[in-house]
Write a protein that binds this ligand. Structure first.
Ligand code: HEC
Ligand code: HEC
Ligand code: HEC
Ligand code: HEC
Ligand code: HEC
Ligand code: HEC
Length: 433
């Protein structure tokens, strides 16, 4: 028994370690991500009619598997993103990974166990949701509670009336419902007091949690009409962000490229794999381009409706050029390393942003007010941009702070640093209309 136990234990530990090291960046046990969920995937392949052993070949090199097994071929069309190859993994090791995955309980089904293993950091939003639903439970429970009290009170009142009338006693008709309730509440004042307190505390906690989670949009990743991978364009092909987000240095918003920008290259680049061709065909469709034969515009174009990923409420003013040009902040500080993003963009968690080299560490969730404020409190304004760019207003302030009026602005320079908040970056009106 002991031996058996120790045996399974080591197998799972190995599987867990391998899964976390090699697969968890794309796969979760119970949720689709960059790759599909892997829970009981061996069973799925057997049921789907895959060839014996082809799932191991898939993990070693999916292209070989797709070439030799029609089932693996269909799996390879799941997303335009290709899986990496793991030729070094032995069959037993792959089995250990699958054993581990099959042993992970579904956090959605298991309730509070949302931090189990690899699923933990990715489902970071779950605890909030749970607290939220707990909050609703509270409200519903208190409504039910009050209704029951009133109903019971009502029935008792009717019975009293009937009983008093039958005995010919003075009926309680002269007391209104409210008066009777007051008398009753006075009689049981301890109970009433305690339960009111409980209900009120419940409501306050609910409200507080609701407010606290306002605007926490980390990990938000809407689906997009075309699976546009940043990694292929900015990473592998080295296209500059400004080629597509052309207004990022000039204006408030970065801008999303029009289909014509895509066509600059995609007239020629039509994709090598069927999955790529399928996505790129959508560009042709939108541009009204006939790729077959002569290759000319048909005139029947339609817009690509990209879903916005990063959204601030209307009452907030955020300006890209101010941050990127004047502040000299890299896109990575706020959006993560897009040159490595194979999936469509998402709002990065502040934890992931902190892992990026060169970023100043922050703690408040991305895109919340706390996030802006925390950076403004910590980030020193760039001095480099003062001489090189001619930015009128800010130029003047920077210059005054750093060079001229030491008598007036000297107190800001006591610690030898000028942070954004010393410039006024914590003033409500700077960010709120
Ligand atoms: C770079 C991302 C990435 C990594 C890393 C990765 N995979 Fe995948 N995997 C995918 C994608 C994407 C698919 C879906 C097939 C496709 O669209 O090409 C997939 C499909 C699979 C499938 C078939 C799933 C199904 O539903 O039929 C299995 C099994 C699998 N991967 C196992 C693994 C294992 C085991 C590892 C770690 C050793 C791993 N993958 C690492 C991206 C990845
Ligand atoms: C550096 C920029 C910045 C500054 C300075 C700032 N805010 Fe905000 N504020 C934001 C952002 C961004 C949000 C939206 C957060 C969200 O959606 O979660 C916000 C949200 C709010 C909200 C919540 C509104 C809602 O949608 O729930 C209130 C209230 C608020 N701010 C008040 C203030 C007050 C008062 C001050 C001055 C003491 C101030 N803010 C200073 C950036 C700022
Ligand atoms: C070839 C064109 C192209 C290049 C180059 C490019 N992008 Fe994009 N980007 C897009 C398109 C198209 C979208 C909208 C589609 C989407 O969200 O998937 C987008 C979306 C985004 C978004 C999310 C927008 C939102 O709705 O919130 C961010 C952030 C972003 N890009 C940052 C970058 C950064 C940083 C770089 C440089 C490292 C870069 N992009 C380079 C085309 C490009
Ligand atoms: C200081 C943080 C910060 C930096 C640095 C930053 N962004 Fe943004 N970005 C944001 C915020 C916040 C939004 C959401 C703006 C809104 O909803 O008004 C956004 C939105 C976007 C969008 C969506 C379209 C738009 O304009 O709203 C794109 C594309 C984008 N950023 C690209 C970039 C690129 C490219 C860079 C680098 C050159 C960059 N960003 C640098 C914070 C930043
Ligand atoms: C500067 C050139 C250039 C521009 C501009 C450009 N692309 Fe691409 N795109 C490429 C190249 C190169 C590839 C890689 C093709 C390959 O791997 O064979 C590619 C691949 C793709 C793919 C397939 C990626 C995959 O592997 O699944 C899609 C989808 C795509 N581009 C969409 C777009 C969209 C949408 C736009 C406009 C917002 C755009 N591209 C703008 C050069 C460009
Ligand atoms: C990573 C750090 C960082 C984050 C996050 C950030 N900012 Fe800033 N912000 C800066 C820097 C640096 C400057 C100073 C630019 C300069 O030198 O004028 C600045 C300046 C500003 C200013 C001008 C302040 C002034 O005194 O005129 C506003 C407004 C502003 N930011 C709004 C926002 C809002 C809104 C958010 C959140 C959605 C945000 N910022 C998030 C770094 C950041």
């Amino acid at each position: 028994m002991l031996v058996f136990f120790a045996g399974t234990f080591t197998a799972n530990a190995q599987g867990e370690a391998l899964f976390k090291a090699k697969c968890a960046s794309c796969h979760q046990p119970h949720k689709n991500g960059t790759g599909p969920k892997l829970f009981q995937v061996r069973q799925k392949w057997t049921d789907g009619g895959a060839k014996e052993g082809s799932i191991y070949q898939w993990v070693n090199n999916w292209q070989t598997a797709a070439a030799g097994d029609p089932y693996a071929q269909t799996v390879s069309t799941w997303s335009p993103t290709a899986m990496s190859a793991f030729p070094e993994l032995k069959k037993e090791e792959i089995d250990a990974i699958f054993e581990y995955v099959d042993g992970v309980t579904d956090p959605a089904a298991a309730g509070a166990g949302g931090t189990d293993g690899a699923a933990g950091d990715v489902t970071g939003a779950d605890p909030l949701e749970e607290e939220d639903s707990n909050g609703w439970m509270w409200i519903i429970l208190s409504v039910i509670f009050v209704t029951i009290i009133l109903a019971v009170g009502g029935v008792r009142r009717q019975l009293n009336f009937a009983a008093n009338e039958a005995q010919g006693k003075d009926s309680m008709d002269h007391l209104t419902y409210a008066e009777e309730l007051k008398a009753w509440a006075w009689k049981y004042k301890t109970y009433v007091g305690v339960s009111t307190l409980v209900v009120v505390i419940g409501l306050i906690v609910t409200l507080f949690l609701g407010l606290y989670s306002i605007g926490v949009v980390e990990n938000y990743q809407p689906s997009q009409p075309i699976a546009f991978p940043h990694a292929i364009h900015t990473g592998v092909n080295g296209i500059d962000c400004k080629y597509c987000h052309s207004s990022v240095e000039k204006s408030k918003s970065a801008g999303i490229p029009s289909v014509n920008v895509c066509m600059n290259c995609h007239k020629q680049v039509n994709g090598r794999t069927p999955a790529q061709q399928e996505q790129i065909a959508k560009i042709y469709d939108a541009a009204g381009w006939d790729p077959s034969g002569a290759g000319k515009y048909t005139g029947k174009s339609k817009p690509i409706v990209w879903n916005k990923v990063h959204v601030l409420p209307d009452h907030v003013y955020f300006n890209h050029s101010q941050h990127v040009v004047v502040g000299g902040i890299d896109c990575k500080q706020c959006h993560g390393d897009m040159t490595k993003q194979v999936e469509t963009p998402k709002v990065q968690t502040v934890g992931d942003l902190n892992k990026i080299e060169g970023n100043i560490p922050l703690t408040k969730p991305t895109l919340t007010m706390g996030w802006c404020i925390e950076c403004h409190g910590a980030k020193e304004i760039s001095t480099g941009s003062i001489d090189s760019k001619n930015n009128g207003y800010y130029n003047e302030i920077h210059k005054r702070l750093l060079n001229n009026d030491k008598s007036l602005y000297g107190k800001y320079l006591e610690d030898g640093k000028v942070t954004v908040n010393e410039l006024g970056g914590w003033e409500c009106a700077k960010c709120h209309y």
